[in-house]
Design a protein around this ligand. Structure first.
Ligand code: NOJ
Length: 529
């Protein structure tokens, strides 16, 4: 059965709600602020929006610590505002996806507060102290009258919900099976949460740490089984809804039931796998010591696209037509596209790649105008990771125009969620809408092109002509795409005389000759036969 076919030509846009638009002047973005800018998103051409969590939360991890899955946090508005936003977006052809956080709650969630006082409760993973009086590794002491401690899922204040362990062990009684009463109750709760918001008209969910549910799970087999069960339920009840996982391994996540899995930001030196990203090492200028491998979008042209392409082909071979590989420009956890060592001149070729490759494109808010990763910001709401990496630089307010606070908010600058990029030359939506050759207008044209020609998207054939500098590939039967993110003229020999007859649909300095393709520094070209 064909589910959620709308994903086939979707262009996804991620909104970090804190930082998009503040409609009530409290310095924090909100749902009405988003609604006020739906015309902009429709103009840009995006077809679906993923909102980071907007539910009731103590906000120690920017809302990834949920205290009530069924209610919008008052700082963003209320459930009616969300219902209106869904309707107003749909009226413009834009679907809304929420963030589902299945693996943990806030430690202030009533489930956890009750569990911390009730030794018979199994919603979370509890252990008593061992014979030596100590808790098992990673467990955190109970904050309540219940003895022992609980297992966190990410930060210590995010207790892991109990979905069971794949392997039991007699001397570790907290390793319950996946069919124990706690795990079954939690799986039912997931369906209740999804059903609640799907009933309001949302089109699906990005699923946080989807891989993390069943513990000690070799090959993630039990976690996959769990998601297949949820997917079967979804297909029965809401066949048009989509689940997009934060898993980082589409070859496993799609067979596990996800319609799409995000691809970019895992892999690389920090986890021992080869770097799969074309334009990011997943880190930022704040941890330059992490950058041990050069990505393809290297101005000096020292990288290679082949690692990414091999990973793409492997993942595609594993999932076939059963799901999507989502490719984000960045997200709220990682450095923006415009972050050192990448430079702004590389952004047009990066977007040309994003919007002509058979992956599902996801644009992180502000990347379409080239907002930069702002260095040196204070960490707030959990934006300092356990590793010390600060994510705040990717979460600064959207830059709308030249008015105060870049048009993000009417609050005094000192009470903004995060400061606006102080660079006097910072890009804005208004400034770039006015500039014909601006990044924003380029991105808009590229989105329109992709939507007009399905061959440039998910369905079209892909043939790589060259994976060095420039990167060149054919899409469908008619399109040639050339990408040069380096600072030098690059020449690719070719033996396809038919390419010479191709006409440029959009290009920034690429020429196709009899036997060579020549690409100016930082250029891209899309040609049609
Ligand atoms: C991944 C989310 O993207 C990140 O922002 C969050 O801190 C962790 N999961 C924990 O939920």
């Amino acid at each position: 059965m064909d589910m959620a076919t709308w994903l086939n030509d979707a262009v996804l846009y991620q909104i970090y709600p804190q930082s998009f638009a503040d409609s009530d002047g409290d310095g924090i973005g909100d749902l009405r602020g988003i609604a006020d800018h739906l015309d902009y998103l429709a103009w840009l051409g995006v077809t679906a929006v993923w909102l980071n969590p907007c539910f009731v939360s103590p906000m120690r991890d920017a809302g990834y610590d949920i205290a009530d899955y069924f209610a919008v946090d008052p700082r963003y508005g209320d459930n009616d505002d969300l219902a209106k936003l869904v309707d107003q977006a749909r009226a413009r052809g834009i679907r809304l996806l929420l963030d589902l956080v299945p693996g943990h709650t806030a430690d202030t969630h009533p489930w956890f507060v009750a569990s911390a006082h009730d030794p018979g409760d199994n919603r979370y993973i509890w252990s008593g102290p061992g014979p030596d009086g100590r808790l098992p590794e990673r467990f955190v002491p109970s904050p309540g009258s219940r003895p022992g401690g609980y297992l966190p899922n990410f930060f210590d204040f995010q207790p892991a919900l109990n979905f069971g362990y794949a392997r039991q062990q007699a001397d570790q009684p907290w390793r319950q099976g996946t069919e124990a009463e706690g795990p079954r109750a939690n799986r039912a709760a997931l369906r209740a949460i999804m059903g609640h918001w799907l009933g309001l008209g949302v089109s699906g969910f990005r699923v946080d740490m989807a891989y993390s549910l069943v513990k000690d799970d070799p090959g993630l087999a039990e976690t996959s089984r769990l998601w297949r069960e949820e997917r079967a339920w979804l297909d029965r009840t809401h066949p048009d809804a989509a689940l997009l996982s934060e898993w980082g391994d589409p070859a496993v996540a799609v067979p596990a039931g996800f319609h799409a899995d995000f691809f970019l930001h895992f892999g690389g030196p920090s986890d021992g796998r080869p770097l799969r990203s074309l334009w990011s090492n997943g880190t930022s200028t704040e941890r330059p010591e992490w950058v041990t491998e050069v990505c393809y979008f290297d101005a000096a042209g020292r990288g290679t696209a082949s690692t990414f392409l091999a990973a793409y082909h492997d993942a595609r071979a594993a999932i076939g037509e059963s799901g999507h590989i989502a490719l984000p420009t960045a997200n709220h956890d990682f450095a923006r596209l415009n972050a050192g060592p990448r430079i702004p001149e590389q952004l047009p070729p990066a977007f040309a790649f994003l919007l002509t490759f058979p992956t599902l494109p996801a644009i992180y808010y502000g990347d379409e105008i080239g907002m930069r990763h702002v260095p040196g910001l204070p960490g707030i709401e959990g934006s300092v990771m356990r590793s010390g990496y600060n994510r705040a630089g990717s979460r600064t307010p959207m830059q709308w125009d030249a008015t105060a606070n870049a048009g993000f908010s009417e609050a005094p600058a000192s009470s903004l969620y995060l400061p606006v990029d102080p660079d006097p030359g910072r890009p804005t939506v208004a400034g770039q809408r006015a500039g014909q050759d601006s990044l924003l207008n380029t991105v808009r044209d590229l989105i329109a092109l992709r939507r007009a020609h399905p061959e440039l998207g998910y369905g079209g054939r892909l043939e790589i002509l060259g994976d060095g500098y420039p990167l060149a590939y054919l899409r469908g039967d008619r399109f040639l795409v050339v990408i040069n993110p380096s600072d030098r003229v690059r020449v690719l020999p070719h033996d396809r005389p038919e390419l010479t007859r191709a006409t440029a649909v959009k290009h920034t300095g690429v020429e196709v000759g009899q036997a060579t393709i020549t690409a100016a520094p930082f250029s891209f070209g899309i040609f049609q036969r």
